[in-house]
Ligand binder design. Structure first.
Ligand code: SF4
Length: 478
């Protein structure tokens, strides 16, 4: 699939200058934040729940091998098949083999970030299969040929007018004006696809090791159709989606719905185990679970970054991130965006292409504050920055001149006396110096910095002077 993480600077600049997109992003921020915050305010033990979720994920990752084997055993005992895939091409090969041996022609899909990660749709289509995304947002994205804008709301950046035009241009729909009309049109279109599908492919929110259930949350009912009507159901999950037991599931599922959309629980929760039994009226005759590694074992082995595997894909860190809410999902250039994507993409891609992403953060810490599993994203972003700038000097994030500038600047900042003397000496000439073209050429980012720090050129006293005058330092406030 097309990976464009290295284009983050251009893509985000374009997004910031797109006034329509900026309005959409501001709306996303407001709506999601409000939903998540009011849901958590109603809880008496929100932080206790988050700590408990963190411990469940920590324990699971420390015993991952054991839980994956247990899951495999329980799924096989209930009539399913388990396949371990080393990487994306391995997962695609396995799915193509299942489709081929099952004489599949038509496939319906539920929303799944891990299949986006593997570029599965393109591969299936190139092998002649008819593939239809059935989550409404993913369906819109598939028609428009884009990648998801947000891990929870893939088409959240599109308005009713965009969608009406898309349905008209691609599917010949006429005069669809309201969201209800568009939804009913998509519903009728998709119903046909469900009834004729030979295979359903879904992601997995959680897989319960002790019972062999796979658990999927949704609000539209399309997963119910995808998993019960076609003859074959293939579920794809990263190795980190396993949870020990139903008690752990209960904690994590509560937090997922609350953090995603502020719901106590999603409208539909499917807990699926194995294949259709003799006395059951619906369900798949064949069930396959693909457990994908794709670089996760390396992440697991690294104590500095292991925590990113605790992520339950709720999207809260995106909704609260000031950078995501300006840059938007497509600027990140791959499936995962926002703070979680800025850690996960460099880790999974394991190359220089995602080198700008860890810098796409103000390190304000909001992502950590809202993360339902308390992943310390800011620390990981800092470590990645360090890795890209120090351990791989050829990464290209900073030029040698920029590196020399920041080294000198940080050495001065560490010594307050030198900083104060230099500030005092430079102060009267500051305006003249900063306007000098030679200086401007040699101080990196000065022009960009100026755009956002106009007050520096005002005659107000510096912050540290106000701080000292008000005696704030002595009172120990701040
Ligand atoms: S890192 Fe935390 S907040 Fe962000 S998507 Fe994952 S679980 Fe949600």
């Amino acid at each position: 699939m097309d990976i464009r993480c290295e284009h983050f600077p251009e893509l985000s600049r374009k997004a910031v200058n797109d006034s329509h997109l900026q309005r959409v992003l501001s709306d996303i921020g407001e709506r999601f934040k409000q939903m998540r915050n009011s849901a958590f305010q109603e809880l008496e033990n929100g932080d206790e729940l988050r700590a408990s979720a963190h411990n469940i994920k920590k324990h699971t990752m420390e015993n991952l091998h054991e839980y994956l084997i247990m899951l495999e055993k329980n799924i096989v005992n209930s009539g399913g098949h388990v396949h371990f895939a080393k990487d994306a091409s391995d997962a695609i090969r396995i799915i193509l083999e299942i489709a081929d041996s099952g004489k599949v022609r038509s496939i319906v899909k539920g929303k799944s970030m891990v299949t986006e990660e593997t570029g599965l749709n393109e591969e299936l289509i190139s092998h002649g299969y008819e593939v239809t995304e059935t989550d409404l947002g993913e369906f819109i994205i598939q028609l428009s040929g884009e990648t998801p804008f947000h891990i929870v709301g893939p088409a959240i950046h599109k308005n009713a007018k965009d969608i009406s035009k898309l349905f008209h241009d691609k599917l010949g729909a006429k005069d669809l004006k309201t969201p209800e009309e568009m939804t009913m049109f998509a519903r009728a279109y998709l119903r046909e696809r469900f009834l004729n599908a030979d295979m359903g492919i879904t992601g997995v929110n959680f897989a319960v090791a002790r019972t062999g259930h796979i658990v999927i949350f949704e609000n539209e009912g399309n997963i119910r159709f995808t998993t019960t009507i076609p003859r074959i159901h293939v579920a794809v999950m990263g190795i980190e989606k396993v949870v020990p037991d139903l008690n752990s599931l209960q904690v994590l599922m509560n937090l997922l719905a609350l953090s995603c959309t502020g719901q106590r629980l999603s409208c539909y929760v499917s807990m699926l185990k194995g294949t259709k039994k003799q006395d059951e009226s619906d369900g798949a005759e064949q069930f396959h679970l693909i457990i994908l590694d794709n670089g996760r074992t390396e992440v697991l082995a690294d104590p500095d970054f292991r925590e990113i595997l605790y992520c339950i894909r709720c999207g809260a860190c995106l909704n609260f991130c000031p950078v995501y809410l300006k840059a938007g999902g497509h600027s990140y250039g791959w499936v995962y965006s926002g703070p979680m994507g800025s850690v996960l993409s460099p880790e999974l891609l394991m190359n220089n292409r995602a080198r700008y992403l860890p810098f796409a953060s103000t390190l304000c810490g909001r992502c950590y504050d809202v993360c339902p599993v308390m992943i310390d994203l800011p620390s990981m972003l800092l470590k990645l920055r360090q890795r890209f700038t120090e351990k791989k000097p050829s990464s290209g994030v900073l030029s040698p001149r920029e590196r020399a500038f920041f080294f000198t600047y940080s050495e001065i900042l560490k010594r307050s006396t030198i900083y104060n003397i230099l500030s005092f000496l430079i102060s009267p000439f500051k305006r003249v110096l900063l306007k000098n073209p030679v200086i401007r050429r040699h101080i990196p980012y000065l022009r960009i910095w100026e755009q956002f720090h106009k007050s520096e050129f005002s005659d107000r006293p510096p912050f540290r002077v106000t701080w000292d005058k008000k005696g704030l330092k002595d009172e120990g406030t701040g």
